[in-house]
Design a protein around this ligand. Structure first.
Ligand code: UGB
Length: 599
């Protein structure tokens, strides 16, 4: 009580709230005024931050905590009363007529979209020291994930504007990056030291998520930091925070008044994603989906959530992601004796959620204004014993961005789009050691497989467009057996959609397995090119270059490296190879004009 004299009126209010909410233990050790006064002020600064960053403040957090902890103790299953069944959605096949039409529809809409990248995660599973956005997505260009994403958004912006009838379009697609204490500063440094990778700094906005208070028992008593008893122990709340932050930042209103219509959410290390975005945005706009989740065929028990139709006893239904560790028990408990198993297609009938969501802005805003951006949470306490009376370590509430549709009414237009996996999904999440233990046939989700997937996707796209691309060979890097396709990469502006690829290559082109092809430029056309070696083409936007003839040289070789060899940079070690550049042909076009390169 005597310490009240140290506090401002706002701090006194917070103290009262904490006392009323059963948190007296936080102050039990406080000495008389005159001792630790600055640390007491610091404590209240942190309390104020925790209070404002959670919808409804600490009162709501504690009461939600008590409810969820009581449910967990009672063994309540969040899916009690729900029966799962196989959902139906749009299933697309890359390159067919429908896909091409949807891509065009998507590109048209892109100038009315905002992109939101959730990048607050530390990536413990990958074990990479830096932020994942700074990791090269592939080695031929060395471009990091953030550069690749930004260039892809800018390419989409340009492509979308080109389609506008009057030719007058100054759209600037906004990019929001959700960061956390762990990733904020390095993300900003990465952007600033690279001039925002060509995007206007005003187009990019960073929103930092705050951690939430840890809870030490079933009464939701807030835990103090074991190393500092004037500090509340905190842990991440999960990627679901993105909805709260977008709501509280006021950005949604700004976007609405700027005429935007779509918000696209995506994760930090999936380089393939932008190959799938135009068609899936096309699905959203043609089907009028308020919520569209991107999905890929998923192997049973694969570590990715499954999109599932859930029907409640009261008849209501929802199509929602069920996390992989919950799907199998849910199925077993509801009549599917074998749980989550592959069907005759060789995949689980529940498509895999890749956590790429496309939301229609208007209904999204309406919904968030009802909940202040809060979305359903869960808690995962680790109990000391079966009495469930106490925890091994403190716990906290968590939330996931894909749980947003759980709040929506039955009439909401919720759908999903299944894409070819080779086209849409190859995240980098697992370290080499864990990846090498993944059962055969299941994806590694490592830096090795993520990079190989880019080459494979580009090769398959060129093949579909008629180019004769050699078959891959099989090789093993860091204990992972992968297909090694020709290393083909292109800058995002070369093409955003398949129709553009078809207009830039032809069936008289061929590329051998040991080849590397790097295209940096917008107007590069491959005509009757025969490549056996390495060719790098750099052309500025005003140069129109036709490449033809036979290019043969010693090329670039993949050299094996061991992830345990600490003399090698981490970003190289974790993929298990580096590129040895023996010989290449590099051609540069820096002036405007039409050029024909014949080898
Ligand atoms: N992230 C944040 O921005 N903040 C956080 O507090 C936590 C994460 P993970 P996860 O793609 O296969 C998801 O850790 O959560 C960002 C889906 O839930 O890589 O284990 C983080 O930076 C799951 O359904 O993945 O699993 C990253 O960009 C499935 O789709 C993103 O959130 C799975 O991804 C995802 O974080 C998958």
């Amino acid at each position: 009580r005597r310490n009240l004299s140290l506090l401002s009126p706002e701090e006194i209010l917070l103290a009262k709230i904490l006392l009323q909410e059963g948190q007296k233990h936080l102050f039990d050790h406080w000495p008389e005024p005159g001792f630790d006064d600055q640390r007491k002020k610091n404590f209240f600064n942190q309390v104020a931050r925790l209070n404002t960053s959670y919808p409804g403040g600490l009162v709501s957090y504690i009461s939600n905590g008590r409810k969820l902890l009581a449910d967990a103790k009672a063994g309540k299953n969040p899916y009690d009363g729900f029966t799962p069944s196989i959902p139906s959605g749009e299933v697309l096949t890359f390159g067919d007529d429908k896909f091409i039409l949807l891509e065009e529809a998507g590109v048209r809409e892109a100038r009315k979209a905002a992109f939101v990248l959730v990048a607050g995660g530390l990536g413990e599973r990958l074990g990479y020291k830096g932020i994942k956005l700074a990791l090269p997505s592939e080695t031929t260009s060395g471009k990091c994930f953030l550069q690749h994403y930004i260039e892809s958004i800018l390419a989409l912006q340009e492509a979308s504007c080109r389609l506008v009838v009057q030719g007058q379009c100054e759209a600037e697609i906004p990019l929001v990056i959700m960061t956390s204490d762990d990733t904020h500063a390095p993300t900003l440094v990465l952007l600033e030291s690279n001039c925002y990778f060509g995007m206007k700094p005003t187009q990019v906005k960073l929103l930092k998520q705050e951690k939430v208070a840890c809870l030490s028992d079933n009464d939701a008593r807030i835990a103090l930091d074991p190393n500092d008893n004037y500090k509340i122990q905190t842990k991440p709340h999960g990627h679901g925070d993105v909805h709260t932050l977008l709501y509280s930042s006021g950005l949604l209103k700004l976007w609405q008044s700027a005429g935007l219509k779509w918000v696209l959410f995506f994760q930090d290390t999936n380089a393939l994603l932008f190959k799938a975005i135009p068609a899936s945005l096309g699905v959203s706009s043609t089907k009028g989906y308020q919520v569209n989740s991107l999905a890929v065929p998923r192997k049973a028990k694969e570590a990715m959530g499954g999109i599932t139709k859930l029907t409640h006893l009261d008849g209501t239904t929802m199509v929602i992601n069920v996390e992989y560790n919950q799907l199998d028990p849910l199925l077993r408990a509801t009549g599917y004796a074998d749980g989550d198993v592959n069907c005759e297609t060789g995949f689980s009938p529940f498509p895999g959620n890749i956590n790429q969501l496309i939301l229609e802005l208007e209904p999204y805003m309406q919904e968030l204004s009802k909940t202040q951006g809060a979305i359903p949470e869960f808690v995962n306490p680790k109990y000391k014993d079966s009495s469930k009376a106490s925890f091994k370590t403190s716990t906290r509430l968590e939330c996931m961005m894909q749980d947003y549709p759980k709040n929506l009414s039955a009439s909401a237009r919720i759908g999903f789009t299944v894409m070819d996996k080779w086209l849409a999904y190859a995240p980098v999440k697992n370290n080499p050691e864990d990846a090498s233990k993944v059962p055969k046939g299941n994806p590694y989700h490592s830096a090795t497989s993520g990079e190989m997937a880019i080459y494979r996707a580009n090769c398959l796209i060129l093949r579909k467009a008629g180019v004769q691309v050699a078959d891959p060979i099989i090789d093993i890097f860091n204990g992972q057996e992968v297909e090694v396709w020709p290393r083909i990469t292109w800058s995002a502006k070369w093409t955003s959609i398949f129709r553009d690829v078809k207009g830039k290559v032809n069936q008289r082109c061929s590329i051998s397995q040991r080849s590397t092809l790097v295209i940096n430029g917008q107007n590069v056309f491959l005509d009757a090119l025969s490549l056996d070696g390495t060719l790098v083409i750099n052309a500025n936007d005003q140069a129109e270059v036709e490449v033809t003839g036979c290019v043969q040289n010693k090329g670039w070789m993949l050299e094996h490296v061991d992830y345990k060899d600490y003399s090698i940079p981490e970003e190289t070690r974790i993929r298990g190879f580096r590129i040895h550049k023996i010989e290449q042909l590099e051609v540069n076009y820096t002036e405007p004009g039409k050029f024909c390169f014949k080898s």
